[in-house]
Design a protein around this ligand. Structure first.
Ligand SMILES: [Zn+2]
Length: 260
C-alpha cells in the first residue's frame, strides 16, 4: 500500500511535469509496478514470504541476492558498522539500488516494449499480490499467485495495447516503490541503511531512522489501527487526484482534490 501511495503522491503532486500528465493506462501500469516494487528490497531474505512468491525459482534468486548483498556488506563496512552478516537489509535497501532498479526498468522497457513490459508486469504483479494477500492459500500459493499475476498482466497488456507506456514512468514507479519500502523499514525496524556508502558517524551502513518515539512495531497495534488506514486513505485520495489529472474521471471534474 505504501508503494501505491508513493506512486499516487508523485503523479498527483507533479501535475506540471510529464510524470503528472500520464495517460490512464500508463498510470495503471505504474501503479502495479510501484506496489510490487515496494516489496522488491526484501528479496534479499530467502526465508521471507515475498521470496516464496514464485516458489523455488524466486527462492533461488533470493539466495543469490542474499549472498551478493552479504559480500558487499562485509567488504564495505567500517569498524563502527555492526558485525551482522549483511545479506538481509543491505544492498537492496539503499538509494543506489532504487536508482539502479529505476534505470534498469527504464532501459528494459525502452528496449523491448512488446516483450519486456509484460514480463516485468507479471513479476511485479506477483509481488503485489503476494504482499496484499500475505496469508492467502498457503499451500499452493505459488501456483495461485502465478495465475492471478498472469491474469493481471494479460488484462493490463490488453488494455494498454494501443498506447505506448512511458518507459521512464515505469522506471520512476519502480524507484519510488523501493523508496517507500525504505521509509517503512526505517520507521518499523532498526533503521534502513539507505544512504550507503556515505559514511555517517563512522558507518557506511548507517541505519537511517527517526527518533524512537516515531518508530512502531511491525504488525503492531499502531501499524494496523492507525498507520495502515491512514496510508490507505492517502493512497486512495492522491490516487483519485492523479487519475483526475489523466482526465479519466469526468464525475470528479468539478472537485478540487488538491487545493494547494
Ligand atoms: Zn526490508
Amino acid at each position: 500500500m505504501s508503494g501505491l501511495l508513493a506512486w499516487s503522491a508523485v503523479t498527483a503532486l507533479a501535475a506540471n511535469h510529464p510524470i503528472g500528465q500520464l495517460n490512464v493506462q500508463s498510470w495503471a501500469v505504474g501503479a502495479v509496478l510501484a506496489t510490487g516494487a515496494a516489496l522488491l528490497p526484501d528479496l534479499d531474505h530467502p526465508g521471507s514470504t515475498i521470496s516464496r512468491t514464485f516458489g523455488a525459482i524466486s527462492q533461488g534468486f533470493s539466495a543469490g541476492i542474499n549472498a551478493l548483498s552479504s559480500v558487499v556488506y562485509r567488504t564495505t563496512r567500517l569498524k563502527k558498522d555492526s558485525k551482522r552478516d549483511g545479506g538481509h537489509r543491505g544492498l537492496t535497501h539503499t538509494l543506489i539500488f532504487a536508482v539502479f532498479a529505476a534505470v534498469f526498468t527504464t532501459t528494459v522497457v525502452q528496449t523491448s516494449q512488446k516483450w519486456a513490459l509484460p514480463v516485468m508486469m507479471f513479476l511485479f504483479a506477483g509481488l503485489a499480490v503476494r504482499g496484499i494477500m500475505n496469508d492467502w492459500c498457503p499451500r499452493q500459493d505459488a501456483l495461485w499467485i502465478t495465475l492471478v499475476s498472469g491474469g493481471i498482466t494479460w488484462a493490463m497488456i490488453a488494455w494498454t495495447a494501443r498506447t505506448d507506456a512511458s518507459a521512464a514512468a515505469c522506471g520512476i514507479a519502480v524507484g519510488v516503490g523501493c523508496v517507500a519500502h525504505y521509509v517503512g523499514d526505517a520507521i518499523t525496524e532498526q533503521g534502513c541503511p539507505m544512504l550507503w556508502p556515505i559514511p555517517i558517524a563512522g558507518k557506511t551502513w548507517f541505519p537511517v531512522a527517526p527518533p524512537k518515539i516515531l518508530r512502531m512495531k511491525t504488525g503492531g497495534v499502531v501499524e494496523m489501527a492507525i498507520v495502515g488506514p491512514i496510508v490507505t486513505i492517502l493512497a486512495v485520495w492522491l490516487g483519485l487526484a492523479a487519475l483526475q489529472n489523466t482526465g479519466v474521471l469526468p464525475f470528479l471534474r468539478g472537485f478540487d482534490l488538491l487545493p494547494l
